[in-house]
Design a protein around this ligand. Structure first.
Ligand SMILES: Cc1cc2nc3c(=O)[nH]c(=O)nc-3n(C[C@H](O)[C@H](O)[C@H](O)COP(=O)(O)OP(=O)(O)OC[C@H]3O[C@@H](n4cnc5c(N)ncnc54)[C@H](O)[C@@H]3O)c2cc1C
Length: 468
């Protein structure tokens, strides 16, 4: 930062990946940062979160923030191949409506497990050949890396000064001063109930897909339910008792450890990849009516009964080797999958949205964390370029760079999800893995995401190493 220039102060709401990335990018831009997070402390331990894929640009940005090249590399595994398999998986799912019709019960009145349980029995008669799979697409030039969410969070967090964090602080409200020169926040210290005020030049809303700051500006903007939920889990196979299960899995998925596998069935798909320290990450998407969410979260609480029924269904839908991994996984959980129609603006005066708050997205393009990291980097560069005195210009440039890109990526990911789940699309028939069109193969490849691999010029101008 130039000598004599005023140092800006940003108040960031949210201490997850977007909040931490913004803290790094803004500190690098010479700003003072305070991060407000309602959780009582930084997450620890592997049950927090699951796997995510980092693209080459996100990897470079994180490395530049950490200041040590090997750290991220040593905490991740390569995803050098992007492969989609077709299979005779999941035929029972296409029969859901028939079964509901037989019952005479509208599907929206059924819970997911009430709906699928009889199908398991039905399926035993109709699908005896679900062990077959074949390659639909394979891209060997994929250069992502697989990280465990909690490891990425910990890397980003450990490289920041601890005093900038206010853990256990719930953001309540904000107001912008009449002359627009600053923004004042009210937050509640959850342990004591005390309300405190914090003033800054800029409020960064990194408060996730259910952002209450976004709702303040756009009360009408609603999340869109995708039509499906995802069972997720991470199996820690470091214990020898899983040796046989893992050996079996590697026979079916031989490139585990360097490959992002998609298995596409009729109206369902799953994702599989390996994480560092002998872990397998899996996701299984299931079409169903929108469940009722309790609390401010898109992750559903699951009962042991639900897990048991998921295991039974997995045995009927997936190859036995994958079903076994799902069965052996401790603490699987359900994410209800939402996105949001692209917003028309992502800043108002001194308030800006980043990460999932700015662009809730479905996960099919491995985008949300990568978009988030890029938001932070671009925001930092815009603030560095314009300074706090020209905040409006900085935020306008940030929005002009990021909004068109994230909007197209959200819509593309939505389309990928609908293809992979065999849902109706306006321009094509529902996907059938047995008769895949060239257009579908194109869309299935991760590299065909709009702006894939593109480096915004503001990063190239100011940071020579970005040439990916
Ligand atoms: C605990 C956790 C685990 C996750 N695990 C995975 C994973 O395994 N794989 C994956 O792909 N994605 C995971 N995600 C989501 C992933 O982080 C995001 O999709 C993406 O990285 C964008 O992050 P974000 O910071 O914008 O949003 P989020 O990660 O959703 O973070 C929003 C943050 O804002 C905080 N917050 C919200 N409201 C308030 C408030 N009023 N006051 C104070 N703080 C508030 C939340 O507690 C949260 O920490 C996880 C998110 C969380 C919070």
């Amino acid at each position: 930062m130039d000598e004599g220039k005023k140092k800006g102060k940003a108040v960031v709401v949210g201490g997850s990946i977007a909040g931490l990335s913004c803290a790094h990018a803004l500190i690098a831009a010479g700003w003072e940062v305070v991060v407000i997070e309602k959780s009582s402390g930084p997450p620890t331990g592997s049950p927090t979160g699951a796997g995510l894929g980092l693209d080459p640009l996100a990897q470079e940005l994180i490395e530049s923030w950490l200041g040590r090249t090997h750290l991220l590399h040593d905490s991740t595994l390569p995803l050098a191949i992007d492969q989609a398999l077709g299979g005779r998986f999941g035929q029972w799912l296409t029969a859901q409506w028939a079964v509901w019709a037989l019952w005479g019960v509208p599907p929206q009145l059924l819970s997911f497990h009430e709906a699928i349980h009889p199908l398991i029995k039905l399926n035993q008669a109709t699908d005896g050949e679900n062990n077959i799979n074949w390659t639909l697409t394979r891209d060997e030039s994929f250069s992502f890396r697989a990280a465990h969410w909690v490891d990425l969070h910990s890397l980003l967090y450990s490289a920041l000064p601890p005093h900038i964090f206010l853990w256990g602080h719930l953001y309540l409200s904000f107001c912008v001063s009449n002359d627009k020169s600053n923004v004042k926040l009210k937050t509640k210290i959850l342990q004591t109930g005390k309300i405190i005020e914090i003033v800054g030049d800029l409020l960064i809303a990194a408060d996730g897909c259910l952002s209450s700051i976004r709702r303040k500006f756009l009360p009408e903007s609603k999340l869109r339910y995708s039509g499906y939920c995802a069972w997720r889990g991470v199996l820690d196979f470091s214990d020898n008792k899983y040796l046989e299960a893992i050996t079996g899995l590697r026979k079916i998925y031989p490139d585990l450890g360097k490959c992002l596998y998609f298995s596409l069935g009729y109206g369902t798909h799953s994702v599989l990849y390996e994480l560092l320290n002998q872990k397998i990450n899996w996701i299984w998407y299931i079409n169903q009516p929108e469940p009722e969410l309790k609390g401010n979260s898109v992750t559903m609480k699951v009962s042991s009964d639900m897990i048991q029924k998921m295991h039974e269904a997995a045995e009927k839908v997936w190859v036995p080797e994958l079903a076994r991994i799902m069965k052996e996984t401790a603490e699987p959980f359900i994410n209800v999958i939402y996105d949001c129609d692209p917003l028309e603006q992502i800043f108002w005066d001194n308030v800006v949205l980043v990460g999932d708050a700015a662009h809730p997205t479905t996960p099919h393009g491995l985008r949300s964390t990568n978009m988030t990291i890029l938001d932070a980097a671009v925001l930092g560069k815009c603030l560095e370029k314009w300074g706090v005195e020209s905040l409006l210009s900085a935020l306008e440039e940030f929005q002009s760079i990021r909004l068109p890109v994230t909007s197209m990526q959200v819509l593309h990911s939505r389309k990928m999800g609908r293809i992979k789940q065999g849902l109706v699309l306006s321009d094509r028939k529902p996907f059938d893995p047995k008769v895949v069109t060239p257009e579908e193969c194109h869309d299935l490849q991760q590299k065909n995401m709009p702006f894939f691999g593109e480096v915004p010029s503001i990063l190239r101008q100011t940071h020579a190493p970005f040439d990916c």
